[in-house]
Design a binder for this molecule. Structure first.
Ligand code: HGY
Ligand code: MN
Ligand code: MN
Length: 419
């Protein structure tokens, strides 16, 4: 049975992606679906309906993770799970996360129609949050399943409007007693389809990425404090200009990342200045710092060097600098046997594939702590992601879904214990 060769068997998937793309759509293009907001609730409702249409048992857990379940004949065997995250970055693309959920629903719908009841239970999950784009924490969905988060952890965490994660969760109808706990210990295999979000596949002319490992991350909130003052009457020698100091730090950390080489990347993606007024010397600046690498020691050494450099710049400029680390994830290898299975399925389907590292973080690196985990990538046009121009060809999505479906078929319609 060479399912993977039957690409194009998933017309509903493209329709679902179009429907999802209309939820949280920005006037100038792009999509914003932040955790527990109305657009997030609407997207989860749509996905619940499509999971039900596919004949799956639908349920939420207490954090708002949404599951579609196809029970197996052997409930004693570990579950086979696929899926991805429903939230997006601000003004993000239509495929990051969404593609993996839509592909998972399409795969389970196809397998149910074609092969009936599996041996091992099959599930598709729409993780409630992965990006960290509303609250200063990431992987709230998969992290609640894996156990790094407990439902009460949302109380002391606030968004830019001062709303706590806990309040937002309860306002969306979650976080209540009696709802199913998030923690899962019954999952044996997790396989996620995701867009590559980079240009490697397109440049190499390959159709499927077989992920070998996922980078680790450090994300910091940096606060630089000086003295607000009059822009006209304050001589340059009297200034403690927080924005000029932050600018020097940002240029310097970019230079350090270039010098570090070896695939290390550092990004300042967000900056806020106070009082953000043309005729006032800025008294305070907050900016983000996102560092990625495949080796933990590189992440640790670069982070420490960057913060030391910031402290030096602050000292010279009579500023204060504080750093708060709010993401610390280690690089995670994907399961070798599962990656090999995906690669073999691509070869059997004559789909040119490429083993690669993921420069983006993914739920699979969290799920790897509680199950075997693997990922397959489909190409991103021009390597663009986290932007309204994010796009993947329908043919590439169908091919990826065909490989995902074949992999889930092998895992769930046998006892799957052959590794
Ligand atoms: O930021 C990332 O790597 C992912 O898109 N959350
Ligand atoms: Mn993303
Ligand atoms: Mn993603």
């Amino acid at each position: 049975m060479n399912i993977a060769a039957e690409s194009g068997a998933f017309p509903d998937m493209m329709r679902l992606l179009e429907e999802l793309g209309r939820i949280g759509r920005e006037p100038g293009g792009g999509v914003t679906r932040l955790l527990y907001t109305p657009s997030w609730c609407e997207a989860q409702r749509l996905l619940a309906d499509r999971m039900a249409d596919a004949g799956l048992e639908v349920r939420y857990d207490r954090a708002g993770n949404l599951y579609g379940r196809l029970p197996g004949t052997r409930p004693d065997l570990p579950v086979v799970l696929t899926g991805s995250h429903v939230d997006t970055v601000r003004v993000g693309g239509n495929y990051d996360g969404a593609a993996g959920i839509a592909a998972g629903i399409a795969a389970l719908s196809y397998l149910k129609r074609r092969f009936g009841t599996p041996v091992r239970t099959l599930e598709v999950v729409s993780f409630c949050e992965e990006e960290g784009s509303r609250f200063p924490l990431t992987y709230w969905g998969s992290g609640s399943i894996e156990g790094r988060y407990r439902i009460g952890d949302g109380t002391g965490i606030y968004d830019a409007e001062g709303v706590s994660l806990d309040e937002a969760m309860k306002a969306a109808g979650f976080g209540r007693g009696g709802q199913p706990d998030c923690r899962r210990t019954d999952i044996g295999d997790y396989v996620e389809l995701h867009i590559e979000q980079g240009v490697v596949l397109e440049a190499a002319g390959r159709r499927i990425g077989v992920v070998e490992s996922i980078v680790g991350q450090r994300r910091y909130g940096i606060t630089v404090t000086g003295t607000s003052n009059h822009a006209g009457t304050t001589p340059m020698s009297y200034r403690a200009d927080a924005l000029a100091g932050a600018a020097e730090m940002i240029i310097k950390v970019e230079e350090m990342a270039w010098q570090a080489g070896r695939g290390l990347v550092a990004t300042v993606g967000r900056i806020e200045a106070w009082p953000n007024t043309p005729n006032v010397v800025p008294g305070q600046v907050r900016f983000s710092l996102d560092i990625r690498h495949t080796e933990s020691y590189m992440l640790n050494e670069f982070s420490e060097a960057a913060l030391e450099t910031f402290r030096g710049i602050a000292a010279v400029r009579k500023l204060r600098m504080e750093a708060a680390c709010w993401v610390k994830t280690e690089p995670v290898p994907m399961d070798g046997a599962l990656a090999g299975r995906i690669e073999r399925l691509c070869i059997e389907a004559n789909l040119p594939c490429l083993r690669m590292v993921s420069g983006a973080g993914h739920d699979a690196q969290i799920m790897a702590a509680v199950s075997r985990a693997a990922m397959l990538f489909v190409p991103s046009r021009g390597g663009i992601s986290h932007a309204k121009e994010e796009y993947t060809e329908p043919a590439h999505l169908s091919e990826g879904t065909a490989v995902l479906t074949a992999c889930l078929h092998e895992l769930a319609y046998t006892t799957g214990v052959d590794g």
